[in-house]
Design a protein around this ligand. Structure first.
Ligand SMILES: C[S@@+](CC[C@H](N)C(=O)[O-])C[C@H]1O[C@@H](n2cnc3c(N)ncnc32)[C@H](O)[C@@H]1O
Length: 336
């Protein structure tokens, strides 16, 4: 089935491939068992984004301390036309980890101004965020078609169909790249590269290294929205795996590890406690002060990004910064 260009009925311009459903529950149970029986304990950032988690992330984007979204939005507002002009004839826009796709509107509008119509291929592990954002975008743009994938990044990169000859632009915004370890980031960019042809482009949003106070506050805001977002992963485990985490018994600790250039995000047990995870037939004990590692958010220098590009078949063509120099949008071109 193909989507219908310019149809007044938005539903006829949308296909959602729900790959996240396949094995989703079994993968979740296996990963949670693995993380909570490891020493030190850890959980996986992708499971932060259930339906409520996706909404809480949108709320984080509104808090004062989380400057990343506003800084990237400023860059896209000011430079979307230049960004899309660098990939003339682009008819396909692919976005990995698209979330609400609010910032993406700047790029979509610039491409529609240039080309009249567009196929948008968003990929997100959160089926609810994908569905909601797809409907909102189709209501806004009558010449937009959407072929969406509810899937893990790597799963979607393998499942995407071969493209026609027209150039594509891939977006990976929000400094999501910072959640990967360096070897994972390289594997990921190589997987994107395999999808692309010479001349195609990748716009990568990457947060820059800066002072500790700004970085730590961005991942532990004073309203407590980030804590709610992170602790919601425990609620997700309670709900899906019949566990009894007491959400008040864990505090959020976000620490900038300057030598590794990353903010490390942990939940810390506030007292000794035992948690029963019924469906895993597992009891896990916590000492007071024991931490569960949730995610890392690596921060970059422009030089780091150029090198990562070179290792993965991309050439860094241009970098834009916000006015205060906090965040970078980097346009990479397929180089070989
Ligand atoms: C930090 S949010 C960024 C959202 C949006 N791109 C932005 O810049 O505001 C990360 C997004 O990536 C999605 N995500 C996280 N891990 C993922 C994975 N392994 N595969 C696919 N999507 C993932 C989340 O559901 C969420 O929408």
């Amino acid at each position: 089935m193909a989507t219908q260009p310019n149809s007044p009925d938005p539903r006829s311009r949308l296909i959602i491939h729900d790959l996240a459903q396949r094995n989703g529950h079994a993968d979740f149970a296996r990963d949670i068992r693995r993380g909570l029986t490891s020493d030190p304990k850890h959980l996986f950032p992708k499971y932060l984004y259930d339906e409520l988690g996706s909404r809480l992330f949108e709320a984080i984007c509104q808090v004062d301390e989380y400057y990343l979204t506003r800084a990237e939005d400023e860059i896209l507002t000011n430079h979307a036309d230049e960004i899309v002009a660098s990939t003339p004839n682009c008819k396909t826009l692919i976005e990995l980890g698209s979330g609400s796709a609010e910032k993406t509107r700047k790029i979509i509008e610039a491409l529609i101004r240039l080309r009249g119509e567009l196929l948008f291929v968003p990929v997100d592990i959160s089926a609810s965020a994908l569905e909601e954002s797809s409907h909102a975008l189709l209501d806004s743009y009558s010449s937009l078609r959407i072929d969406a994938y509810a899937a893990d990044y790597f799963q979607a990169l393998e499942a995407l169909p071969a493209r026609d000859e027209s150039p594509a632009l891939v977006l990976f915004l929000g400094s999501n790249i910072g959640n990967f370890e360096q070897n994972e980031a390289i594997d990921f960019l190589r997987a994107i590269r395999r999808l692309l042809r010479k001349g195609d482009a990748l716009l990568l949003g990457a947060d820059l290294k800066k002072d500790r106070a700004t970085l730590e506050a961005a991942y532990n805001d004073s309203l407590g929205v980030t804590r709610s977002f992170i602790v919601n992963e425990l609620e997700h485990i309670n709900r899906e795996l019949d566990a009894n985490f007491d959400l008040w018994a864990f505090g959020l600790r976000s620490v900038y590890n300057e030598s590794l250039g990353r903010v490390e995000v942990y939940l810390e047990s506030l007292r000794p406690q035992s948690v029963v995870i019924g469906r895993l037939d597992l009891t896990t004990d916590f000492k007071a002060g024991e931490r569960i590692h949730i995610e890392n958010a690596y921060k970059f220098d422009p030089e780091d990004l150029r090198k990562i590009g070179e290792q993965t078949g991309f050439q860094l063509e241009r970098t834009w910064l916000d006015r205060r120099g906090r965040f970078s949008s980097n346009l990479f071109r397929v180089s070989e």
